[in-house]
Design a protein around this ligand. Sequence first.
Ligand code: FE2
Length: 482
Amino acid sequence: MGRAANEDFENQVINGTSEVHVTEGTLSLKELSVNGSSPGVNVFTDAKLVSSKAVEVTFGDSSTWLFHSSWLLDACRAQLDQGNNRNATLSAVTAHYFNGGKEISTEATEVSLTESKAGLKVTWEGGFGDTFSHAFLRSYAPIVGKCISEEQPEYFTHNPLNAEFQNDLWDRDTLDLPIFQWDDLKSEGEQYEKLCHAVVNPGVALVRGLPEDEGATGEIVTNAMFNWFGKMMQHPERDTNHWLISTMDYSKGGNSQGYDLENVKKNPAYNTDLRLLNHTDQVSYGGPGFLLAFHCVAGQGVNSICDGFKVAQVLREQYPNYFKMLTKPTSFGRRIAHYRQPIDQHVLEPVITLDSYGNVMRVRYNEILRGPIPVPFEDFEEYYAATKKFVELCNADEYNVERTLEKGDLIIFNNWRAMHGRKSAAKGRIIVGGTIAMESFKSKMRLVFDKKADPETLKDRIGVPEAVLAHQMGRKELAIIR
Ligand SMILES: [Fe+2]
């Protein structure tokens, strides 16, 4: 919408001169692989105004819900301009700042179903109106509505934001490592979708048969990750988005800006003669990269892989006090003085981060970058014992899968979950890799799923939580990363 058109639109809304932006009879999401119901279930059967403040809606599954009229107006997609940005002058929350103190009324005056019954038209006082799709309102009903039908249907009676999605926890004996071929991932087909799932759950995937990266430029892994998941995160100091670890010349350690060789020699992250215990990357970042990928461009090495969520579950069940301790913040940090612009990072974050429902959301640990334990005197001994137990479990044979990575292999980890380490690296091994931020990954996944939705009605998807989308699209891994 151009500037002039946008102003007209605003005037219509503010002055109530006409009903605007009503699209009839569209179903914004191709429902719903998860409900398995007959087609009729995806249309409204009834809707009425209870009062100007509440709308009663009956869905195709016979469940009836109350919505606040003001919630509907606030969630109304017509409040978004065509660039999908919320336009403050169109919001009832802020309209009075832009319109001589005049409020937009949140009281509804009329509701009706579209001809196809797939849409619900709501008009508010002043003439502002919009149409909501069945899919959109049905997804939100358990979150924001009040169910007033006697029998609640099984489908979506629960709040999808609070749904228990089970990760498939794994150990040495149970990991079935998903393996992909480079040539099968050149387009966004079935193998690509499986890869998207695998990198979240089980949280590790191997791609084989990558082209040669002559000169170890990092170009192959950088471009592949960009195409599949988004741009690799920019290191605060390095010129490139990728790092490089070489058995032949660890002084290059991703950055040749005057490394102090004597210091680097002591660092198992770069000196491949040392064993590198299991860890997650970027522990000293506020938001560590969600995906970690590295491409073996020469030689071979043996990596260890451990399911951090499995270890967290073992702790929760067998050492509940330790589990509780590790959900309290400890400190991680690093100080690197030899960069052009030295860096000094420090965070207070837990080893085990829980989401607001108490589920394990992220594991963060790297002994090399661990700082002092900042817990009260009376908690310290237990916290220290918990840390030792966590390290012991992470590196125990029982919970570790060993995998030889060879030239042409690319391994991708869910860095919030899967921990990795190095058992050994043969002379001549070079790996190049980097990370993808959660925001980039989620954005890419939403865009991939948008391709399956009705393109004319994508407006209904703006702001929809991943957990709701996950239900709508049958992609539970999106809900896992909420
Ligand atoms: Fe690492």
